[in-house]
Design a protein around this ligand. Structure first.
Ligand code: AVJ
Length: 321
């Protein structure tokens, strides 16, 4: 992999707005309509996601944190001394602290995120708390490219950290593709991967249809964001949040469904939506432990230890690159 410097945050953000305009127009031009969930995460979307993580129905975050807490020493032993952590999609940077606190003299931390502002703030706070650690945020879209700086002299293993089951956003093909690229840039090191497990659909349904409606607001924020940033004219009250478990495909699907036949203006064009027509916004795939290990093997990893909670809701995988 070639060396790369972090992108200029302002440029990256502006470039991202263009990509959003392009991808949303493309989504409205095709049927069924579908757009990447990465566009959920503007500042408002990141805040709403943080609230989702605190919801009583949304078990993944607290379960993963409990697994990382319970097995931090074992995980740290796998990582070894002077490890360098590369986090994909770094959000609030809370989970990595559980690793950093258990690690033997971690050398460097490279959080990669598309939201430059969010990342800079969170990285600053982390740097203050870990003065001996080199914190080097990378503003980039890790689904598009994975260029990492050269390892520091004297650094130990390079370990990717991809928590939260964000891997579930990819289609199975995309997941293998992403993992193959990750295996290449992490060669000689490993990937620590958080993966949500297949379970009773009632538990899954509740997690994506919370009583307070925060997930609905998170989903609808994609349209609100299009209105704010792109001057689109989505009538937010004319769409509803729909999330359901597709059992044969082992995934939650999220959609925004049009309540009526309506027109939306975007990018100098009018787009028609039929009553009941949907914009697909997210997949959240669920895995079996064996299924995930098989997927990782196909991408060039050697699956190692797996840690889960007592109810087997969630799993954390050590995958050798
Ligand atoms: C951050 C992608 C793992 O799929 O559970 C939460 C996002 N969507 N509620 C997930 C999400 C609706 C979350 N990931």
């Amino acid at each position: 992999a070639a060396a790369a410097l972090p992108d200029d945050p302002a440029t990256a953000t502006a470039g991202h707005a263009c990509a959003f305009a392009r991808d949303l127009a493309a989504a409205l031009a095709e049927r069924p309509h579908s757009i990447s969930p990465k566009y959920f995460y503007d500042e408002r979307g990141s805040q709403l996601f943080d609230r989702i993580c605190e919801l009583p129905e949304y078990y993944p975050t607290r379960t993963e944190v409990s697994i990382l807490t319970a097995h931090a020493r074992e995980i740290a032993a796998c990582m070894g001394p002077r490890a360098e952590i590369v986090e994909f999609g770094a959000g609030s940077l809370r989970k990595v602290r559980l690793l950093l606190d258990a690690l033997d003299r971690p050398a460097r931390y490279l959080p990669i995120d598309i939201s430059g502002e969010h990342l800079a703030g969170a990285a600053g706070v982390l740097q203050r708390d870990y003065p001996g650690l080199a914190v080097q945020p990378v503003v980039a879209d890790y689904t598009q490219r994975l260029l990492l700086p050269a390892p520091l002299p004297g650094a130990g293993r390079r370990v990717g950290f991809f928590p939260g089951s964000t891997i579930g956003n990819f289609t199975p093909d995309e997941a293998v593709q992403f993992l193959a690229v990750a295996a290449r840039v992490l060669r000689g090191g490993a990937l620590l991967l958080g993966v949500d497990l297949v379970k009773d659909p009632a538990i899954l349904h509740a997690a994506y249809n919370d009583a307070q409606g925060v997930t609905a607001e998170f989903n609808l924020n994609l349209l609100a964001r299009a209105n704010r940033e792109l001057g689109a004219t989505f009538a937010l009250d004319q769409f509803f949040h729909s999330a359901f478990y597709n059992a044969p495909r082992q995934r939650i699907e999220m959609h925004l469904v049009s309540r009526c036949r309506q027109r939306v203006a975007l990018g100098g064009r009018a787009w028609e939506l039929e009553e009941g027509e949907s914009l697909h916004t997210e997949y959240s795939h669920k895995f079996t432990v064996a299924g995930l290990r098989d997927l990782a093997s196909r991408a060039g990893f050697r699956p190692g230890p797996v840690w889960t909670d007592a109810k087997r809701l969630f799993s954390v995988h050590w995958l050798q690159a």
